[in-house]
Design a protein around this ligand. Structure first.
Ligand SMILES: *[C@@H]1O[C@H](CO)[C@@H](O)[C@H](O)[C@H]1NC(C)=O
Ligand SMILES: *[C@@H]1O[C@H](CO)[C@@H](O)[C@H](O)[C@H]1NC(C)=O
Ligand SMILES: *[C@@H]1O[C@H](CO)[C@@H](O)[C@H](O)[C@H]1NC(C)=O
Ligand SMILES: *[C@@H]1O[C@H](CO)[C@@H](O)[C@H](O)[C@H]1NC(C)=O
Ligand SMILES: *[C@@H]1O[C@H](CO)[C@@H](O)[C@H](O)[C@H]1NC(C)=O
Ligand SMILES: *[C@@H]1O[C@H](CO)[C@@H](O)[C@H](O)[C@H]1NC(C)=O
Ligand SMILES: *[C@@H]1O[C@H](CO)[C@@H](O)[C@H](O)[C@H]1NC(C)=O
Ligand SMILES: *[C@@H]1O[C@H](CO)[C@@H](O)[C@H](O)[C@H]1NC(C)=O
Ligand SMILES: *[C@@H]1O[C@H](CO)[C@@H](O)[C@H](O)[C@H]1NC(C)=O
Ligand SMILES: *[C@@H]1O[C@H](CO)[C@@H](O)[C@H](O)[C@H]1NC(C)=O
Ligand SMILES: *[C@@H]1O[C@H](CO)[C@@H](O)[C@H](O)[C@H]1NC(C)=O
Ligand SMILES: *[C@@H]1O[C@H](CO)[C@@H](O)[C@H](O)[C@H]1NC(C)=O
Length: 682
């Protein structure tokens, strides 16, 4: 191996190098920057630890160098060192006496090749009697190598083993790490964990994300505060139900797994944040009726867990077994298959402030029977199958803290009447892609029912953001936004919408206006002096509305229109103010692309996809446009040149032919005879 052959040479060179550095002052020093007691020698192409640094340094950073071996004597000069960082070298081993007499507390060995010399490295590490933080991520370590490296590290508190090749963990894996508080095992290939953490009673944060775990059953780590097991293949999460202790668990992340059931949470816990997005969770209470399906199993049992432990049994189908959810504040169920909430489920979560239910199968939502807590702040039920939302006046009053309400992408036809009046904290409502109308003033007065097929928000002063995309809006009562002070209004995807009068009342406050795909051609924007963002995409615009030019716009979206150019004076007015512009999907004229240079200073989104057409209807990327395509900026001129040149060329050709015929007529005759009058062979 080249490694073995190289080592003696390196070892021989070392003393000489040390002498040289002593004689010539601090040649290596120049690669390091000293800040008080910290030496920063990152990105230095170093193969050795520099020896000429001040002896009292406490922190030494040698990241991104070429150190392969950390030699016994390499840290001799720095007895006060407590933090050493060697990430991203090609470190293969640390010689066993390297850390003799050092009191290192933090050692970063991330992104190296310690899989090669892990046995010798272990002898070095075990001398670190006060080590608290160790980063061994990305070192191609397997189970045995990691277990070896971690022997005797009894003082370790923070350990990072992410990005290695760990497959299974058992009671020997972390046996000596009695002080361990935080363990990162992300991005390994773990498929089994068997009593691995029994020797780590202080473990509080465990990250198992991006592994291959099929289940977490018999979960009994009562001391754990954060468990991240996202991005695995977990079908079952079942905690031990027979423990009397309160679990300290506050955050549980099981998103991006294969859960079919709501997790079986601990009986008593302080769980605040529960992330379950992107699973296949639903509730099955309607299947638990034994008279309909008498022969269905009602329990799932897990055997052979450990000989000294009882078999696990989890009751299926029973909606009332969800453990302690009374402290939940965030429940993220996005992207599951929930079609209803079990009775009393919401009621149990008296502290719930954010419920994220986007992309599920809810068909109705009766806020009255669910009894959400008054602390509800965000409710996202977008992209479900909701036809109506039911709530009586009293219920709405208790939802006084609701601030963000997303109802988009449903089939809503009915909403509680006076919804907007009864929710005083409401700031943002998304009603996009529903079949909702805006009440005419008379309708609003008449409606005394609890449900209404139109919405009315007049005079709800605190509402700031209203999203009404794709609601088939055409008639927009002129008083629709009276008394509001909206900053965001999204009306895109309502083809044929007429808005001019109704949005006038918002001219003072509106900052963000969406009018994409509304067929709007021109609108007088001059009163909207606060406007910062304007979407006019997909409207067949042939020119920019002139009233835009005086606004203080930051973002302008005019994608997919019929713009052939942006006149220089307009571009010059817009460019200094804009910082982002969307221009793709327009049939620009290649001979009128001065604006492109003007806009080069700002962020043109999809710049390389902006196209133009030349005289011959060929499309080009404006970015790569060759100037010879157009003789002048004016597109017409090239046509004139062609019209002028063609007759001249034609007459020239004609004259040449005549001359040829006159002077070479004899030759021509001959060749005609020869070629054309020859008797054919067939
Ligand atoms: C190191 O750990 C091993 C196994 O865990 C143990 O046998 C040995 O006694 C320990 N050595 C010291 C010095 O603690
Ligand atoms: C390893 O984990 C620690 C915290 O546990 C973190 O600070 C560090 O950035 C992680 N290192 C890598 C390479 O992810
Ligand atoms: C869990 O880990 C993943 C991957 O590192 C991360 O994206 C996610 O934010 C973590 N979850 C929590 C709750 O911190
Ligand atoms: C829990 O408490 C009950 C009675 O309070 C007791 O019978 C049971 O043994 C305890 N279980 C455990 C695991 O300590
Ligand atoms: C935990 O809940 C389960 C199911 O509700 C119950 O059988 C068990 O007795 C409870 N255990 C404790 C310790 O409360
Ligand atoms: C179970 O189904 C039967 C027949 O549909 C019905 O009469 C009974 O009320 C149901 N029981 C429960 C608990 O839902
Ligand atoms: C349920 O099981 C019993 C006994 O095994 C059997 O006789 C009965 O037909 C089954 N019922 C259904 C609905 O499958
Ligand atoms: C677990 O279940 C198996 C199979 O039913 C049984 O043989 C074993 O005795 C059970 N163990 C305990 C501790 O109950
Ligand atoms: C579900 O479990 C609860 C408590 O253990 C019990 O009261 C209820 O009857 C069970 N429901 C069904 C349908 O089995
Ligand atoms: C909504 O729930 C309340 C309380 O449970 C009930 O009185 C009302 O009939 C329900 N409304 C609908 C439309 O289901
Ligand atoms: C709104 O939330 C605050 C704390 O976030 C709480 O004190 C208040 O009671 C809540 N309002 C309602 C109506 O529950
Ligand atoms: C509402 O939800 C939809 C779909 O989940 C999302 O695209 C949209 O951005 C959300 N609206 C707001 C205002 O966040």
């Amino acid at each position: 191996m080249p490694f073995h052959r190289l080592t003696p040479i390196l070892l021989c060179l070392l003393p000489m190098w040390v002498i040289l550095t002593a004689v010539s002052g601090h040649p290596q020093h120049s690669q390091c920057q000293l800040i008080q007691r910290t030496a920063l020698c990152n990105h230095g192409k170093l193969s050795f630890v520099p020896s000429g640094l001040p002896g009292h340094i406490e922190e030494l950073q040698l990241n991104y160098n070429h150190i392969q071996t950390l030699q016994d004597n390499s840290l001799l000069h720095y007895p006060s060192l407590n933090t050493l960082s060697l990430a991203c070298n090609s470190l293969e081993k640390i010689e066993s006496n390297t850390f003799q007499d050092l009191k290192l507390e933090s050692l970063n060995l991330a992104n190296n090749n310690l899989y090669i010399g892990y046995t010798e490295t272990q002898h070095a590490l075990k001398k670190l009697l006060s080590i608290r933080t160790l980063d061994l991520s990305e070192n191609i370590l397997n189970d045995e190598m990691a277990a070896t490296l971690l022997q005797n590290l009894t003082s370790l508190e923070y350990l990072n083993l992410s990005g290695n090749l760990l497959q299974r963990l058992d009671e020997t894996s972390f046996r000596d790490l009695h002080q361990l508080k935080e363990l990162n095992l992300q991005r390994n290939i773990l498929f089994e964990i068997d009593a691995a953490f029994d020797s780590n009673p202080k473990l509080q944060r465990l990250n198992l994300a991006f592994n291959y775990l099929p289940c977490l059953i018999d979960f009994h780590m009562t001391q754990l505060v954060v468990l991240n097991a996202s991005h695995n293949f977990i079908e079952w999460f079942i905690s031990r139900q027979d423990l009397n202790d309160t679990f300290q668990l506050e955050t549980l992340d099981l998103s991006d797994n294969k859960l079919l059931f709501f997790p079986f949470l601990p009986n008593q816990s302080h769980l605040k944040n529960l992330y379950l997005s992107h699973n296949s969770i639903r509730f099955y209470g309607h299947l638990s009726n034994n008279t309909i399906l008498p022969n269905w199993t009602t329990t799932v049992e897990f055997y052979n867990l450990k000989k000294y432990r009882s078999n696990m049994t989890a009751m299926l189908w029973n909606d009332s077994l969800h453990g302690d959810i009374s402290s939940l504040e965030i429940l993220d169920l996005r992207g599951n298959k929930v079609d209803y909430f079990p009775e009393g489920f919401m009621q149990k979560m008296s502290m719930l402030s954010r419920l994220l239910m986007c992309t599920n199968c809810l068909e109705t939502l009766n806020l009255t029977s669910e009894q959400f807590s008054g602390s509800l702040y965000e409710l996202d039920v977008s992209n479900n199958r909701l036809k109506q939302i039911v709530a009586d006046e009293g219920t709405l009053t208790t939802l006084g803290n609701l601030t963000y309400f997303n109802l988009s992408l449903n089939d809503l036809e009915w909403l509680p009447s006076r919804l907007f009046y009864s929710l005083p904290s409401l700031r943002s409502v998304d009603l996009s892609y529903n079949h909702i109308d805006i009440c005419l003033s008379e309708e609003a007065e008449i409606s005394r029912d609890t449900s209404s097929s139109c919405v009315d928000w007049r005079n709800t002063v605190l509402l700031k953001q209203l999203y009404l995309k794709g609601c088939n809006l055409e008639r927009m009562p002129s008083s629709a936004f009276a008394g509001l002070s909206l900053t965001h209004l999204e009306l895109s995807d309502n083809p044929g919408l007429i808005v001019q009068h109704s949005i006038k009342s918002l001219s003072r406050t509106l900052q963000h206006l969406g009018l994409g795909n509304t067929h709007i051609q021109d609108l007088d924007f001059s009163p909207f002096q606060s406007l910062k963002y304007l979407n006019m995409s997909r409207n067949s615009l042939t020119h920019l509305p002139l009233s835009l030019l005086n606004l203080d716009l930051k973002v302008l979206d005019v994608r997919d229109n019929r713009l052939s150019t942006i006149p220089s004076d307009q571009a010059n007015m817009l460019a200094p103010k804009l910082h982002t512009v969307f221009l793709t999907g327009n049939p620009f004229n290649c001979c009128q692309t001065e604006w492109f240079k003007t806009f080069k200073t700002i962020n043109m989104v999809g710049q390389s996809e902006i196209e133009c057409e030349d005289l011959f209807q060929t499309t080009h990327r404006v970015e790569h446009l060759k100037s010879f395509l157009c003789l002048e900026n004016d597109g017409e001129s090239m046509l004139w040149y062609i019209l002028l040149f063609v007759p001249i060329c034609l007459s020239f050709v004609g004259i040449s032919v005549i001359i040829l015929f006159t002077f070479k007529s004899k030759m021509l005759k001959k060749s005609i005879k020869k070629k054309c009058l020859k008797p054919t062979s067939y």
